[in-house]
Design a protein. Structure first.
Length: 146
């Protein structure tokens, strides 16, 4: 192929968002007690009216936030938690579901092997500090580069 013929067809710039560390290689399905009147759907997250949360392959999230480290026991919980918080930030589900999302985080990190003491502190700190992460005011900004 001639390098002079290579080029991007649809744009002369790139748009992206910063802050992601992980990307799913398979879909995740998680039953919630969240009920919506109509199916909620984004490019990578689907919440059915019966409460089934589907997080699709290629969904990107940032793992554990704050002064902690990511471990295998944090991956599923942080992914589900981030997806639910993203739906809140986007205004697609009510902010009142935040405490339920925090409980799901706790349930999943315990299920995946996190010790009681660390899981307790994770849940405590998320309840205390994570409200702004669910706020629509904190949607990730789209960056455009030439």
């Amino acid at each position: 192929m001639n390098p002079e013929n290579v080029g991007i067809i649809n744009s002369n710039c790139i748009k992206y968002k910063e802050g992601y560390k992980y990307q799913l290689e398979d879909n995740i399905y998680f039953w919630t007690n969240i009920r919506v009147k109509e199916k909620v759907s984004t490019d990578f997250i689907i919440l059915d009216t019966d409460g089934l949360l589907t997080i699709l392959k290629w969904y990107a999230w940032d793992g554990a936030s704050g002064p902690t480290i990511d471990t295998p026991s944090t991956m599923m919980g942080s992914c589900v938690h981030d997806a639910l918080y993203q739906l809140m930030r986007m205004g697609l589900i009510l902010q009142t579901y935040r405490s339920l999302a925090d409980i799901y985080l706790y349930i999943l990190i315990k299920r995946d092997g996190m010790g009681k003491f660390r899981a307790y502190w994770w849940h405590r700190e998320v309840k205390k500090w994570a409200a702004r992460a669910a706020s629509p005011k904190n949607r990730r900004k789209v960056i455009t580069a030439p």
